[in-house]
Design a protein around this ligand. Structure first.
Ligand SMILES: [Zn+2]
Length: 183
């Protein structure tokens, strides 16, 4: 049975780390993938990166079109050691993040991307995404480099969320900031 993992919240040092390449032969990997997927759905996320549950691994799962109340079938895509190869255009979307509860802001990102990743069974996939799916992938990819969406905000937009960011960061204990309960 997959386990729902505690979510790391801003202020936790692992959210600011450039994560390590994943060793696909790691025997613990399949169970972790199951837990990562389960945790994303349980927290109503459309994406979740490994460091958001405390793992130093360059990987994330996405399911951009999933929503609890819709009839849309679950379709989790696990991307391991991903790379964004090309970015084009621009779009703006109001983003949020499970690791930054109650904070939302408009973020400028590329409209379309070309990217590559390994599947859990070691296949290399190259693909393109645009619109909302491209936003989700760029947001999760940022996590692998220790970047969160509020880092992209301009000065004024950042001022609006500064107090909430500082409050979150202040709740970390010894560099770890875990949320175990449910809101
Ligand atoms: Zn996030």
């Amino acid at each position: 049975m997959a386990e729902v993992l505690p979510i790391r919240i801003l202020g936790d040092a692992i959210l600011r780390k450039k994560l390590k390449e994943v060793d696909l032969s790691d025997p613990a990997l399949p169970a972790f993938i199951e837990d990562l997927i389960e945790t994303m759905y349980e927290r109503d996320g459309v994406g979740l990166a490994a460091n958001q549950v405390g793992e130093d691994k360059r990987m994330f799962v996405i399911d951009p079109w999933w929503a609890r109340d819709d009839e849309v079938q679950k379709n989790p895509i696990v991307m391991i050691n991903p790379e964004i190869l090309q970015k084009e255009g621009e779009q703006v979307y109001e983003e949020g993040c499970i690791s930054l509860p109650d904070i939302y802001a408009n973020v400028h990102r590329a409209q379309s991307i070309r990217y590559r990743y390994s599947t859990p069974d070691g296949k290399s996939v190259e693909a393109e995404a645009e619109g909302y799916e491209a936003i989700v992938i760029q947001h999760e990819y940022d996590h692998l480099n220790g970047v969160v969406f509020t880092d992209h905000l301009g000065t004024l937009a950042k001022l609006r969320v500064m107090r909430k960011l500082k409050d979150l960061e202040a709740t970390a204990v010894d560099g770890v900031n875990i949320r175990t309960g449910y809101e």
